[in-house]
Design a protein around this ligand. Sequence first.
Ligand SMILES: [Zn+2]
Ligand SMILES: [Zn+2]
Ligand SMILES: [Zn+2]
Length: 733
Amino acid sequence: MNTPKFARIALDNPLRTLFDYRIPAHLSAQLVPGCRVWVPFGKRRLIGIFIQFTQHSVIPSKKLKSLQQVIDEPPVFDPQILALLTWAAGYYHYSLGAALFTALPPALRKAETRAQLSHSCWLINSLPDSALQRAPKQQAIYAWCQQQQQATIAHDQLKQQFPDSQSALKALSDKGYLTRQEIALPMSPPACVDSQALTLSNAQAQLSEQLQRQLEHFNTTLLEGVTGSGKTEVYFSVMETVLRAPASQILILVPEIGLTPQLLARVEKQFSCEIGVLHSNMSDQQRVSTWLKISRGRLRIVIGTRLAVFTPMPQLKLIIIDEEHDASFKQQEGFVYHARDVAIYRAKQADIPIILGSATPSFESLHNVRSNKFHHLRLTQRAQAGQLPVIHTCDMRNQPAAAILSSTLTRAMQHHLAQNKQVILFLNRRGYAPTLFCHDCGWIARCPRCDANLTYHATRASLYCHHCDTQAPKPDLCGDCQSSNLILLGHGTQRIEHVLQQQFADYSCIRLDRDSTRSKGSMESILHDIHSHKYQIIIGTQLLAKGHDFPDVSLVGILDIDYGIYSADFRAMERSAQLLIQVAGRAGRRQTQGEVYVQTHNPDHPLLNLLIKADYAQYAQQALKIRADYQLPPYSYHMALRARATDSQNVHTFLNQAKSIAADYLPAQISIQGPIIPVMEKKAGQYRAFLLLIRPQRGMLSEQIQHWIDQISTLPAARRVHWTIDVDPIDAH
Ligand SMILES: [Zn+2]
Ligand SMILES: [Zn+2]
Ligand SMILES: [Zn+2]
């Protein structure tokens, strides 16, 4: 065998190509695929990921530069994750280098951080007499260190004793009395995991048994369980079995950071091991150390949001995706991928089972069940005595135009509150009022940077754009006719809160939306106060819909479901239906039978009726039939070429050019529509449009598409827009 000549390196840039480097003799033995390296690039020095050796380069060898240094041993990515990311970069038509760097914890994108588990400690040096007399705090720290009678003091231990010691420690270290050291942790074997006894209902036990019969190989199961049916207990019982195998690891993906604390608390109570938690709202240091512990096999259970799907797990034996229908599994910026679909590929690659859980499965998953790609297990009863809530519609056409609470809902609220129960009101609109309107000339306060109205927020007495965060003071006069006759139209959660304080003055009310939960820990404290009955009425956005268990809520009011029914996006109704069922599912989760009121101006809408009078499954069946008739996803596969620029002409020139060269690359089975202008054409100061490619089969002809994309990037017009590829888009913006 020849000695390899060149190294292929992935760099963090959008070019869909790898870069070849010469290998200095002393480095070739250290190069392992997936390790980080230093390479020269132009005049800079960059970190790259070594992918593979090659004998040939298209670039003459004299022009190639040499690798400078190998950073890691062992590599940061194992072969499975390299293969997964290579597949994902291909499927989503993204640069492999940029995909790899997206998957890497931020701290490892910089070289100062070594991919090694270590802990900090302080070495105690000798101190001349009277040296610290004028620095009592430093003196106290130094004296305490000496009292421990150890050569080194763990940093964590010191921090516990002196929580506020940062500057004193720095002074001590500057003067040379203490020296900080990083000590590599030994690779201890993974912990053995004990599980609490589980009490399963017959239905849960049956499903768990079925799942446990198929743990040996890859298979996908859709676990469809009505809200409150106890899917988590089924997960736990399968996990218990998987964890009996020594060193085995389990990955649980959840849609939102907000959901991790609740699930984490339950998992921690159930299993005796340290749980790895991964999401974007952690410090770089926390994230890298958790990531390394997981990738070295030391953590057995991992709970994370979408990006966690790319974490190396050498002994991965089971993947669980909770609330699989949730849109936040889709990454929408940069490396656009769907964590559910990546996870299924990962399970297949590792030949392990994957469970997708939901009360309202995505149409994609239901379609896969029908095509016999997924197993389908169902929990149709609630686990505890409670029955599923009864859902009523309230016809808002008979109500005064400005009313937000129908008289029927108001009466129901009084009834439930009088029985010492809690009430949830759901409105998926933050702020006080979505429209500021001039009564004299019809002027509306618009965002200067978006095709959108500004929302009035009473808490800060300002107007906000929910799409670009533009903020403006509320004007006293109309922007057109200078009239002072300005009125606030429509309702947001803040306004409902205001209405409730007047109509239900005897009860206290709490608002749960992104504005009220912005500060750290506020979500937890609100949830705690709801559980302790400090509040009787809860008004909230979709934050309410996800997974919460409020034992004493017996009534749910859905204030406005019409938005989703009339949207231009064919997926909006699916999403509204899922939200409705999820929110409704908060009612009556214990003994009391819950009630749900859905306010609508369209009580005769056939799909809405089916959803309310029958159930989600029958609604979905009917809605899928319509998708099939129109050959919409999941019966065809979409891909969008999106472009945006401050000048809309540039966007259209680019998309039209891309479309005109498509005929040279794409066979006739792929149809192209557009340029299509989204409902909100202008967003954050940029005009947007897209081409829609429709394929009859998933991932079909992706090589030809890649050639087309390569060609697009050379178009002169491409330099005047920002463009991206979105495979399997989930919305029409
Ligand atoms: Zn707002
Ligand atoms: Zn006016
Ligand atoms: Zn805006």
